[in-house]
Write a protein that binds this ligand. Structure first.
Ligand SMILES: [Zn+2]
Length: 409
């Protein structure tokens, strides 16, 4: 089975908005309450509450106070899941921190785990909730008198159906979950619904001559293929950043809680949204083209967080953010899975320092963008050479001579 998501903006009326806002705010309350419950429980029993125990706590809250009964209890189960995930992550970090400290000799084995807790959320930091099963939400499609299809959303205990913006994108499978998100845009609030649905997975493509491609991800060129194609950023980030700086400076000068400030905030948020959308569109475009044209995709196994830590200075970190390499990798994998394309991941070590034609080690620093082999004379873009190496490594399974390298760029 393969999951797909349709995101659409919805426009609830004032009474519907009240219920959605109420649900988000009370779910936030439950989130904070469950963190406190976990803290107290951990103090006493030295373990975290399980998801099941947290669900029981939610049931007690619902029985005692009517304000928690505005939505179905399933939305609260998702809050328990979120709290459990957040606490689990903190716990894992604390345990590994303790293990390192014990190895260093700064802590004893009998010392308590130096636990840090997830932070409490204020109203700015909690803006969504989930309908976990398709019996408490649904898409109502009808045809109006002009023969045009219209789509509306029915949500849990919200009265009537909600108007949707996106009428065109088809939802061919069975809807599974629906995430409702609220976004404060300064002068107004936007609401979005992300509906995930299940479709049948395409069969693995088995043509007689499968077309394989190697992909090198980087900062200068967001992706380079072994066929010599280079994909660049769609926009120059510098111009956008300059505008972002100007808008945030203006916002900081406006007096607190004034109409002017809300307007500036709206402008800033719209600009930021535009930046994010541009980046996303480029990534969708690149991943679609790669998956549609090939039967086997070989990619490097990237650890984006490690690359971030290794990056040299602010501009390089900014490059990583702008490239959204993790997102590109994820989108290619997801699309390939749905389209029946095989994805192979390889270790990227040594791929940009080796000549793809003769296998000679050609060392170069990050600022040298052209690969020139002194042995066979092969000249190509550095990233294209790396992409060919990645392809060879993926198809043959032969390890490229591994040498330590600064972040593959
Ligand atoms: Zn060579």
């Amino acid at each position: 089975m393969c999951y797909k998501v349709v995101k659409m903006r919805i426009e609830p009326n004032s009474s519907q908005r009240r219920i959605i806002d109420h649900t988000i705010d009370y779910n936030r309350y439950i989130f904070n309450f469950l963190i406190t419950a976990n803290k107290l429980f951990f103090k006493k029993h030295n373990r975290l509450l399980s998801e099941f125990e947290m669900n029981n706590l939610c049931t007690i809250l619902r029985r005692r106070w009517s304000c928690f009964r505005v939505m179905y209890s399933m939305t609260h189960n998702d809050v328990s899941r979120r709290v459990h995930q957040a606490c689990r992550k903190c716990m894992d970090n604390a345990v590994s921190k303790k293990r390192r400290a014990v190895a260093k000799g700064t802590m004893a084995e009998s010392d308590p785990i130096p636990m840090t807790w997830p932070r409490y959320r204020n109203h700015n930091r909690y803006d969504s909730y989930v309908h976990l099963s398709n019996w408490d939400f649904g898409i109502v499609e009808s045809t109006n008198e002009n023969g045009k299809k219209t789509r509306r959303l029915k949500l849990g205990k919200v009265k009537d159906t909600i108007r949707c913006y996106n009428q065109g994108t088809p939802i061919p499978g069975i809807p599974k979950t629906c995430i409702i998100t609220r976004k404060d845009m300064g002068t107004h609030t936007e609401y979005y619904a992300c509906i995930s649905y299940e479709t049948a997975e395409s069969e693995q493509r088995h043509p007689e001559n499968p077309k394989a491609v190697g992909i090198d991800l980087g900062i200068r060129h967001i992706a380079a293929t072994s066929e010599g194609k280079l994909y660049d950023h769609q926009n120059d980030m510098r111009e956008d950043l300059r505008k972002l700086k100007k808008l945030s400076n203006k916002l900081s000068k406006d007096s607190h809680d004034s109409r002017k400030r809300r307007k500036s905030l709206s402008r800033l948020k719209h600009h930021y949204k535009r930046m994010v959308n541009k980046r996303k569109e480029n990534i969708e475009h690149i991943s679609k083209e790669i998956v549609n044209d090939h039967d086997i995709v070989v990619m490097e196994r990237l650890k984006v967080k490690k690359l971030w830590e290794k990056s040299l200075g602010r501009s390089m970190t900014r490059g990583f953010v702008n490239s959204s390499l993790g997102m590109l990798r994820r989108r290619i994998s997801d699309k390939a899975e749905c389209a029946g394309v095989k994805v192979i991941e390889v270790d990227p070590r040594g791929t940009s320092q080796t000549c793809s034609q003769c296998g000679e080690h050609v060392g170069k620093t990050l600022n040298i963008r052209i690969h020139r082999c002194p042995v066979c004379g092969y000249t190509a873009d550095r990233d294209v050479n790396a992409a060919i190496n990645i392809l060879l490594k993926g198809l043959t399974g032969n390890p490229v001579p591994a040498r330590d390298e600064s972040p593959a760029a």
